[in-house]
Design a protein around this ligand. Structure first.
Ligand SMILES: Nc1nc2c(ncn2[C@@H]2O[C@H](COP(=O)(O)OP(=O)(O)OP(=O)(O)O)[C@@H](O)[C@H]2O)c(=O)[nH]1
Ligand SMILES: [Mg+2]
Length: 295
């Protein structure tokens, strides 16, 4: 939508450097307005980056999911910082909410990544992201089909003591915990949507597809909003069945943020995606899906 004429005039009057002429007149002011219009998404991006730097601005998109599912890795790729050669995938759990300006389609959004570990920061992060009056417009929920990374030696020991000594057993435990986490997220979306009308979209990201690429169809069916898996049931019982499926756009997209071995109790699973182009095409499809759903 074009700016009203008086605003265009004011822009030319007070920011002549934008239009590269010394004396402001109506013509130059209009040209200033045209330039502002042409570069509106760049200007908006600078504004969002500034807001993030200053710790201002409301959350536009929230990234949720269990600790170790790959939220930080995925968001770093999405943001672009992971293209830096100095970037290494996170070795430790995030302890605070990560806040990043990210281009989604034509616009830049402020994205909050909520740490998966139970902590004060996580609780506060969830409260802010799903507050009814300033709720995020969209949610990216990261799942990993049971291939959750267990990072602390205390967690490893506790699981081993419970007899979780194979990858299959670990995946069952992880999938159950993932359901609990998803249930909480659905409830928060539902409550926020009922009281404030947002969020408007949810993208379920099946991360770590490199580890189960040969079984990807099974994973996609498990996470489908239209299936009858335990996951699909939570989605319909806690969210779509309550607020109405028409009131929230839901997409499911598989992705492989990284290609990396997964190991447990001395057994390793190697990535099944070795083709770099294939790996990148899955990532691109995630970026495109979010851009599409967020329009
Ligand atoms: N194989 C494989 N490993 C991945 C992928 N994405 C992330 N990882 C690994 O999973 C582990 C956890 O990744 P993070 O990005 O730190 O997970 P997180 O969800 O941010 O975890 P918290 O900060 O604890 O909430 C890391 O060792 C990553 O290298 C993936 O697509 N494939
Ligand atoms: Mg993290």
């Amino acid at each position: 939508m074009a700016l009203p004429i008086f605003k265009i005039y004011l822009v030319g009057l007070f920011m002549p450097e934008l239009i590269d002429v010394p004396a402001p007149g109506v013509g130059t002011a209009i040209r200033g307005g045209v330039i502002l219009y042409k570069y509106r998404s760049d200007i908006q991006a600078y504004w969002k980056k500034l807001q993030v730097m200053l710790g201002l601005g409301r959350v536009n998109v929230v990234v949720t999911g269990r600790a170790g599912s790959g939220k930080s890795s995925l968001t770093s790729l999405w943001h672009g910082e992971a293209n830096d050669l100095a970037w290494v995938s996170p070795v430790a759990a995030s302890t605070d909410v990560e806040i990043k300006p990210i281009s989604i389609g034509d616009w830049t959004k402020i994205v909050h990544v909520i740490p998966g570990q139970n902590s004060r920061e996580r609780i506060l992060g969830m409260e802010v992201a799903f507050a009814s009056k300033s709720c995020a417009e969209g949610v990216v929920h990261v799942v990993d089909w049971g291939y959750t990374t267990i990072r602390t030696s205390a967690s490893v020991s506790a699981l081993m003591a419970e007899g979780v000594d194979t990858i299959d057993k670990l995946r069952s435990v992880n999938l159950q915990k993932e359901l609990n986490e998803f249930s909480e997220v659905c409830e928060r979306i539902r409550n926020a949507a009922i009281s404030g009308g947002l969020p408007k979209w949810l993208v379920i990201v099946i991360n770590k597809a490199d580890l189960f690429f040969n079984d990807l169809a099974k994973a996609e069916s498990y996470y489908s909003p239209h299936g009858n898996s335990a996951f699909s049931k939570i989605l319909s019982e806690k969210l779509t069945g309550v607020i109405g499926a028409a009131n929230i756009k839901i997409e499911v997209v598989a992705v492989s943020s990284l290609t990396k071995k997964y190991s447990w109790n001395g057994v390793e699973i190697s990535p099944q995606i070795v083709d770099v182009d294939l790996h990148r095409s899955y990532l691109r499809s995630f970026f495109d899906t979010v851009a599409h759903v967020a329009r």
